[in-house]
Write a protein that binds this ligand. Sequence first.
Ligand SMILES: *[C@@H]1O[C@H](CO)[C@@H](O)[C@H](O)[C@H]1NC(C)=O
Ligand SMILES: *[C@@H]1O[C@H](CO)[C@@H](O)[C@H](O)[C@H]1NC(C)=O
Ligand SMILES: *[C@@H]1O[C@H](CO)[C@@H](O)[C@H](O)[C@H]1NC(C)=O
Ligand SMILES: *[C@@H]1O[C@H](CO)[C@@H](O)[C@H](O)[C@H]1NC(C)=O
Ligand SMILES: *[C@@H]1O[C@H](CO)[C@@H](O)[C@H](O)[C@H]1NC(C)=O
Ligand SMILES: *[C@@H]1O[C@H](CO)[C@@H](O)[C@H](O)[C@H]1NC(C)=O
Length: 775
Amino acid sequence: MKASLGLITLAIAMLAGNVNATYSNKIPPMGYGQGVNFDAPSKNLDADVKTMVKKMSLKQKIGQMSQLNEDKILLPDGTVNVTAVEYYAKTYYIGSYLNNMAGHNGNLNAAGYATNIETLSDITVKAGGLPILYGLDSVHGAHYVANATIFPHGIAQAASFDPSVAYNAAEITAKDSRGANIPWTFAPILDLGTNKQWPRIYENFGEDPYLQSVMAAASVRGFQGNYKTNRTKIAACAKHFLGYGATHSGEDRDSSWIPDRFLYDYYVPPFQAAYDAGAATTMESYIDINGEPVVGSTRYLKTLMRDDMGFNGMLVTDWAEIENLYTYHQTASSPLDAVFQGIGQTSTDMSMIPEDTSFPELLLQLVQSGKIPESRIDESAGRVLQLKKDLGLLAPNGWKADKTLTASVGQTSDQEVAIDAARQLLTLTKNNNTVLPIKNANKVLVVGPTANAMSYLAGGWTIYWQGATVDGWQGAVSDEYFYGNGVDILDGIKKAAPSGTTVDYVMGVDIWGNVNTTAADVASQAADADYVILCIGEHPYAEAPGNIHDLTLPAGILTFADDLKAKLSNQKLVTILTQGRPRVIGDVPTISDAILHTFLPGPWGGIAVGEVLFGITNPSGRLPYSYPQYPGDQTLVYWKDIPDNQHADPLYNFGDGFGYSPMEYSSITASSKTLTSSKSVSVSVTVTNMGEYDGKEPVLMYVQQPYRKISPPTKLLKAFNKISLKKGQSQKVTFEVTADMFKYTGVNNVPYGSLDSGIVNIFIGTQNVTLTLQA
Ligand SMILES: *[C@@H]1O[C@H](CO)[C@@H](O)[C@H](O)[C@H]1NC(C)=O
Ligand SMILES: *[C@@H]1O[C@H](CO)[C@@H](O)[C@H](O)[C@H]1NC(C)=O
Ligand SMILES: *[C@@H]1O[C@H](CO)[C@@H](O)[C@H](O)[C@H]1NC(C)=O
Ligand SMILES: *[C@@H]1O[C@H](CO)[C@@H](O)[C@H](O)[C@H]1NC(C)=O
Ligand SMILES: *[C@@H]1O[C@H](CO)[C@@H](O)[C@H](O)[C@H]1NC(C)=O
Ligand SMILES: *[C@@H]1O[C@H](CO)[C@@H](O)[C@H](O)[C@H]1NC(C)=O
């Protein structure tokens, strides 16, 4: 591992170094530090922070490493239990709390959070502690704060192939969080979801390491920017380090079996990109990699993260993870041993306890008995304090909310940004006989469960952990908590339909596949319709409650679709998929004339859907994953082909999708036919909008080395640039191809230490060129 020092950083900087044309002015190119000097945690603590740590008692320092859940200090009406906060402050000097604050009427609004969090700090400081670092899972907007603007989930952001979508969402999330007096979010999520059955696919930016890296950097910068001085910014948390998305079975929190080579080449890069973009905090993951629980691992949480990848910020565990070393991972034989492993063996700075307060007591015992040196505590307490200082919490009145920001939560201009994000990501993968956009229709019949609730568009981690439902997990969805902020698909269609087009709705089948109105009855309601818009997908879920044993959508939904198709006459059938992971959909791709993927576009997604159906918006999203055709293909990823095997046969490929204008790729040129480590090659293509609609085209560049000493990936995305082309317009798009794009972890397992000479192919759209790589 020593040999890898610097190599990873170098490889990733190069890997990420060649996109620039697409970035909005706010996002510097990924060749870090060019143009904008965004803040990053520094390796050394400030002198005043060191002094503070010296003055603190052991108990006070351990308190900084301890984070409790809100349920320990919140009353049922959503106000603070002063007695409880005083107790935790005086007994443990608790340094941090987390999670959503809700009262009898749903989540608190920004003013409610702000007051409560001020109270937590007031009481804790009075008791001899320090201002509270409050953390919240604001993973697609400050979705736990009533009336805050909610954005598309990560998978949907990724489908835009536009990093400004991730940047803008993060920027507004940061502002709204500050408005609620929350300086820290547990986002972005960078696990690289390579098992499609996993219930956290939707939180991530897809299956490609490069796409995930670009989005990671944009998101971190959007949250943080100059977070050490700018009080509209918050600390990001790159999570979950590492390998969580490769769950062996597809069940949440199952072991990941990942050879080092794949870990370095595919799973590490998004984290490196986030760290290089300045992520102030990071979170370890729930899983074990090859049997070694990450939360107790020296190798992952010290050597790899700190020494090799150079992460200097604050490392927090996931929920109860140190306790889990005993109760779940079973590598510790007692709670004491668990704390020893979790702190003594790693560089973890904060334990998300969050319920069982034995952590600070056991850690105290371990230091007093000499098992863990006090210097280890100083190191972590120092990093927490430095973060608190950087976020402004230690300044006079630093823990008071900015009332202007509080008042700005949910403002119309933020909602416009969320609507624009949804316009960028809708992905069309079938449009037989150009049935879309809809023209001159007398009647459109909208059918299906996901059409008339924003809750489905928003998914899990929205309002509540399991989504906007009335009674928790798998409860009936309820849009009341959105306070009218958003537009469902049905209303979006009504809004976009020209006068003269009637829009009707019938549910037909529910989200679990129970038939409410028979296909025959639905078909009779469709008798005078030109289009039937079938809206299907998944009920909201988050984490393990979202586990499934079969990637196929409920049989009742698919049978209903078949039955409906059989009873229709000449109506065009358009299917809209609203789902957190790519569910297998049986005959739907065959029987539908058009297929539109919305992923989880957020509560405003309905506006964009309506606009796309009627041609007001030209769709420009691309699939951020391989879409499986069969349930057994849950681990299919585009970069790992299975030659001559029919199961490597996705329904749709990573990167698939098109708009209403055909885009023609032509005239590929390369500045040289020879690529060396010292000389990159510029490769250009011309892209022409051949159709009748102005549109956007994500231009993707893949590279491939057909022969090398470790079996090569099928191909790898290494650059993309989403361009706008008016009808008839052409644009030349140029990418730099560097030798580093072909570095990999070779036979000797040195991260990115291998580069082989030979031919390499560059693919852009329908064009390709072959170069000779001289290593
Ligand atoms: C407030 O917290 C204290 C200490 O944890 C607890 O004993 C008490 O029951 C709580 N009060 C209410 C009303 O829940
Ligand atoms: C959300 O905003 C609406 C409209 O301004 C307001 O009526 C409602 O009270 C707000 N809800 C909360 C919980 O603040
Ligand atoms: C602080 O950040 C906000 C949001 O990103 C930005 O609009 C503003 O210009 C920044 N302020 C300064 C002084 O850089
Ligand atoms: C496309 O539509 C035509 C009828 O216009 C039909 O014959 C054909 O089967 C359809 N193709 C697909 C792939 O759905
Ligand atoms: C089922 O259909 C009936 C009318 O046939 C309707 O009143 C009811 O609301 C529908 N149920 C759901 C969940 O949409
Ligand atoms: C490159 O494009 C040419 C012309 O379309 C095609 O014949 C060839 O198979 C392509 N090469 C690869 C490696 O796909």
